[in-house]
Ligand binder design. Structure first.
Ligand code: FES
Length: 175
């Protein structure tokens, strides 16, 4: 199947929303690749629907999808490590080590109780959803992504423009 192939997610077996009501248009899921290939690679990126660079990860038996560039400054998350913080699986951006939860795209940070009291006592806190997470559907042997089309702005949206995509390609070609 080509990368442009689309499928109704209604036949999916995983991560599905309830069926759309007749008054809403059906969501469209985009083929990312074979489950086995993605699981073996651990991660893959794809330009979805000609407009969005998406990172698909396989971690601890589950597939996850999110915007490929970090909400902080646009760093590629492709080679980010996956680690657990505060009981949540997170991708760690290679650029400045920001932590982003795989489940919700929340930015996590460590807050200090009182900076004048030593030793410092820290707690993990959430900055809220910063990275746009997309829905993954497993169907037969394939993985599909349905873009999260919420109109609510999310910070990672900033790095999904053609201008930024081109500048990153230029940067990598000149390294
Ligand atoms: S660009 Fe990701 S942490 Fe700065």
């Amino acid at each position: 199947m080509s990368s442009a192939e689309e499928v109704s997610p209604s036949a999916s077996s995983h991560s599905l929303s309830p069926p759309s009501s007749p008054s809403t248009p059906p969501q469209v899921a985009h083929l990312i690749g074979k489950k086995e290939d993605i699981a073996k690679a651990g991660h893959v990126t794809k330009l979805v629907n000609g407009c969005r660079d998406v990172l698909v990860l396989f971690h601890q038996g589950r597939y996850h999808a999110m915007d490929m560039r970090c909400y902080h400054a646009g760093g590629s998350l492709l080679h980010g490590d996956i680690e657990e913080f505060n009981g949540q699986q997170c991708i760690v951006c290679p650029w400045h080590k920001y932590k982003i939860t795989l489940a919700e795209g929340e930015g996590l940070y460590q807050a200090v109780d009182n900076p004048t009291v030593k030793p410092l006592r820290t707690h993990w806190r959430s900055k809220g959803v910063k990275q746009r997470i997309h829905k993954v559907t497993e169907l037969n042997d394939n993985v599909y992504v349905t873009l999260n089309d919420s109109t609510e702005p999310i910070e990672s949206d900033v790095y999904q423009t053609e201008k930024y995509r081109t500048s990153v390609v230029h940067f990598h070609n000149n390294r």
